[in-house]
Structure formats: structure tokens, C-alpha cells
Design a protein. Sequence first.
Lengths: 190, 190
Amino acid sequence: MAKMGLDRQTLLVSAAELADESGLDSLTLAALAQKLNVRSPSLYNHVNGLPDLRAALTVYCLHLLVDTTRDAVIGKSGDEAILSLCEAYLRFAESRPGLYEAFYKVNMQQHEDLDTAKQELLNLFLRIMEPYRLGEKETLHAIRGLRSLLHGFATLEQHGGFQMDLHLDESVQYVLRTFLKGMHLNKSGA
Amino acid sequence: MAKMGLDRQTLLVSAAELADESGLDSLTLAALAQKLNVRSPSLYNHVNGLPDLRAALTVYCLHLLVDTTRDAVIGKSGDEAILSLCEAYLRFAESRPGLYEAFYKVNMQQHEDLDTAKQELLNLFLRIMEPYRLGEKETLHAIRGLRSLLHGFATLEQHGGFQMDLHLDESVQYVLRTFLKGMHLNKSGA
DNA sequence: GTTATAATACTAATATGATTAGTTTAATCG
DNA sequence: CGATTAAACTAATCATATTAGTATTATAAC
């Protein structure tokens, strides 16, 4: 057989597409091999089995997410930056549902690349929170809150957790603005 | 072979235990059968395959969650009730990690029991929000926010999303109180 | 250019798990 | 007691992951 010129990155991209199309659970090495016109054992030249592939997808997802959100806050600051980041985050989760699954459905041990990517995401949030001049602890609390909100919205939406015919964007806007109002209050020491 | 006296409920309870012990992914029919001293095909007398078992776990989880949180708000109202409910929710997710996974990791089609259970959870939130006298839409927005926060906190915690050595409870308290402050502001029309 | 090396894809084989079909046995009901 | 039903079983099939070992292609050394 001719060499197909596969590499790890190609595998990742294709795997993410498969996941987006039919869910992360449907991402099997068999399916991926078929998509790439290769026999499944060949994939082991580039990936250390299915667990490794899924772990790599998690890292890949995080990188894309950081890129997307970082891009969304360029030239913005304060509430505007936060709202823009949140919007970008949720749009990303919507547009890459299968990949986003890898963000939270994969059980990973420690993984250097993952820690790095996580740190980058945290740094982005830290910078966005700077203008608020909360203390260090309070800043971290607020970031946790924002991240939880975003992740919660993203996953509950994907799983049909929100039944009512109430527009999701409205909910996000309402919740974020409410939280920000509270945060401003904290700042002035109410 | 003697009849083992298995029934669907026994399967569910054991399956949830298995999931809590080693993660929802490790819940296989083979493992469950072994735990129950039965051959795996026997399980099909009570459950319609692995997807059905997982779906049933989702419903089971939701029921337990509703019971737990409902219990937590008895005799309380206003912010106190909300804080108590949230605390109970997060404690539940922590104490039943595998079962809680079924809450969000299972892709279900429509399922009557599930819709009922979801409605019960929503009703609980609706009643807890009554004293705030927000409008109907705003109430629903706020509930979505609370649910997202809780789910986000629960899952990010389980996946090691929070690295910093900052106590989680503090973050939850901070975020909830901040959100509630903002909500009170909304009420008075700021 | 030719040869050595390493990487990549292959086939073959094994193991685990889900699932189905068909059988046996124990409990229940008349 | 006999008939029926439910629940367990064994045997078999299928899909997938994974490993071992082989062949072939590209790359690098000379």
C-alpha cells in the first residue's frame, strides 16, 4: 500500500469532524479509519489508541476555544469584553458540539499540554477581569462563576435541558448582566 | 439456575454504585452482571440493553436530585432557600459522581419519565423563585442561570477544571450572592 | 545511485463487550 | 396437578480495540 501521508493533526481534525457529525460516542477508531481510507490498526502509528485520541481532542478543543475567545475580546474591555467572550464561547460550543463534548466527557489523568491550554484560558479570563480591580481571590471566584455559567449553558443547551421556548441568548444576556451588576456592587463595597 | 429475584430497580441501584465507583464509562453490562452474580444476557430480562440502562440511570438520577433538593428547601424561603438548594445540589453531584454523569452524558431521545422528572425539577425552582416576584420571563431566565451555574460548578469540579487552591464552597457562595444581588437590583428596576 | 534505516500501512489474530436466539427451569395460576 | 409465564441459562454472532508481525515506501547515509 502507498503511504497515505497521515499524521496526528489530520487524525485530530477528522476525528473532530466525526464527533461533530454524530456525537463523540460515535467516534470509533473503526469509523475514523474508514473516513481516512485506512485500516484501523494503521491509526496506531499516529495515536496511542482511542483514549489517547480522545485526550488529544480535549487539548485540541481547548486550543480552538482559546483562539476563538481571545479573538473575540480584541479591542474590547470591561463588560463589553466579557459579553463578547461569552458569546464567542457559546457559539463555539454550538458549532462544534462533538468536539466540545471532548472538553468535558473525557477523563484525563494529568497531561502537560492540557495544563498549558487550561492556563491559557485562565490567563485570558484574568486579563479580561483586570479592569474591575477586584482582589485576587474575588477575581478567581468571579472567573469560576463565569466559566461555570458558560459551561452550564453550553451543555444544558446541547442536552435539551432548556425546554421552554424562551430564547437562549436572552437568558445568557440576562444572567450575565445580572451577575455583572452584582459584581459592580461588590466593587463599591455594598 | 435458581431465580435470582432481580428486578429493574435492583439493576439501577447496582449500576449507579458501579458508576460511582469507577465512572460511568466503566459501567458495562458485563461488569453489572458480574456484580449481580448473573450472566450478562440475563440482564435483558429487566433492561432493554445498555442504552436503556443508561437512560434509566438518567431518570433515576433526576429523581434523586429532585428529592434531595426539595428536602433542602423545606421551611426556607428567599435567598436562604436558594443557597440551601444549591448547596444540596452540589453535594449530591459530589457524592454520586458516576450517577450524576448519567445526568448529562447520556444522549436520550424523548422519554416520558424524563420529561416528568425534568418538570418536577423546574417546578421546584419555580416555587423557590416565587417570593422574588420577577415576571414570568425573567423568572425563567434566572432559573436557567442558576441551573447553569450549578451544573457548571458540578462538572468543572469533577473534571478538575478548577486548579487553583481556592475553596470551591467560597466560590459558590460568592457567585450566588453576587447573582442574587444583581437580581434584587433588577427587581427594584435599576 | 545504492544501501541501510526508520516510518507507515498492511494482514492476521485475540479479547472484550453487546446483543440475539433458543433452551431450561422455577414460580404462579387455574 | 398441569399449563403458562418469567427469568435464568448456553451458544453464537457481531463490532470494536488492540497487539504482533510483515511488507513496503520514503528518507538518509554513504
